[in-house]
Design a binder for this molecule. Sequence first.
Ligand code: C5P
Length: 222
Amino acid sequence: TENFQVAIDGPASAGKSTIAKILATDFKYVYVDTGAMYRTITLAANKAGLAYEDEKKIIALLPKITIRFEPDPFMQRVFLNDEEVTNDIRSTEITNNVSLVSSYAAIREDLVKRQRNIADSQNVIMDGRDIGTTVLPNAQVKIFLVASVSERAERRYKENIAKGMTTNLVDLKADIELRDYKDSHRKISPLVQAKDAILVDTTGQKIEDVVSEITKIIKNNQ
Ligand code: C5P
């Protein structure tokens, strides 16, 4: 591939999007949040009044769904057709059902195509679960970002408080563990570290230190 591709995969709330956004700004690459795409499909199913178990009807929505990102230095804005869904896709309802919807083969095929199309025409930093293994197998840099589950739950807890959402740490930790379990055990492109990915453990690390560690890796591969 001529374009430069950075793949960042890892479990829920490991800091992927925070780190990827900073790197994308520094390197002037396009940031692609693939989790937001799976969340948008899940939200579209909810808005259409479908059960998350109704694979066929959810798949039938795909041709009518446009997912668009608008860059924003702080919070990238996400649009489902013409409607902004930036905040709605982060609700507990969507978070707790996205793993089921993203396990459907036709959903994954459709979104992988959209993700590859974006990466075809520009340099990207893409984060998700299967970027290094499936979406961009030839990415020049592959990072597998992890952190302890207690630290991930605490980070998410603080984020929620800042947003004015009330949640408790015990539930958050259980939700994260369950989502990781589902994402790692599904049949199609489960969450797994690619053989050629570099493991970065962010437990107890400052964001700026993780950013500079990955910056070095990118520069060494350019
Ligand atoms: O990254 P984020 O936590 O927003 O992802 C939400 C969910 O979308 C994941 O838990 C997973 O079920 C699904 N996902 C996926 N493949 C990706 C990105 C996200 O299956 N590449």
